[in-house]
Design a protein around this ligand. Structure first.
Ligand code: GDP
Length: 199
């Protein structure tokens, strides 16, 4: 596990328009999820850097695609959280088009980490994103976050639910339990990132 490299993550840039994307070279993994599922906290755990994902939350950047460099050829990417009801429809549409274009055209993109709240997984928008990724052959790894909030029995039930929800998806979709609070599941997630980023 090359976790040291994740700790070297530095903020590169915030992108609102596709024309501003960094050169499409090397390897990239993108993080997506509904607002408040703990996507920033997961990124903080992976990089061991509390300030990193905070960057994505600063005013003006919350609707941007934020890029973090690990080295000259590898990047982690943070998408804006979705499903936030107060975002005006027009803005949401523009966002969806920009993100969709990015996801389907980005050659360096190796996979998408889809963070969900383990207590409320597979929302309508999560399912839409999953179907979209499947359509474009983009591998997805689902991180069922906030597992610390469940009992062992609830955890087993949640794993079963995920198995069922994914029954019609290709084996390019995987999932795991996780807790950004305790660090449970971090090793498994980093191993997957290592694989995608060719570390
Ligand atoms: P984001 O909007 O998806 O980036 O979510 P944040 O990372 O800001 O987290 C939203 C809230 O959930 C915060 O209050 C976090 O402290 C909390 N949170 C995030 N991950 C976990 C977790 O694994 N366990 C628990 N108990 N709380 C979490």
């Amino acid at each position: 596990m090359k976790t040291n490299l994740y700790q070297k993550a530095i903020f590169l840039l915030s992108v609102a328009e596709l024309e501003q994307l960094p050169p499409d070279q090397g390897y990239e993994v993108v993080f997506a999820g509904r607002s408040n599922v703990g996507k920033s906290s997961v990124l903080n755990q992976v990089t061991r850097n509390k300030n990193l994902a905070r960057v994505s939350k600063t005013p003006g950047r919350t609707q941007c695609i934020n890029f973090f460099g690990l080295d000259a050829h590898k990047r982690l990417v943070d998408l804006p959280g979705y499903g936030y009801a107060k975002v005006p429809v027009e803005m949401r549409k523009k966002w969806e088009n920009t993100i969709a274009d990015y996801l389907r055209s980005r050659t360096s993109l190796r996979g998408l980490v889809l963070v969900m709240d383990i207590r409320h997984p597979f929302t309508e928008l999560d399912q839409q994103l999953l179907a979209f990724c499947q359509h474009y052959d983009l591998p997805v790894h689902i991180v069922l976050n906030k597992a610390d909030k469940l009992t062992q029995r609830e955890l087993t039930a949640a794993i079963k639910t995920a198995d069922k929800a994914l029954v019609n998806y290709a084996d390019t979709v995987s999932f795991q339990g996780f807790s950004a609070k305790t660090g449970t599941g971090l090793r498994e997630l980093c191993q997957l990132l290592d694989k995608w980023l060719q570390l």
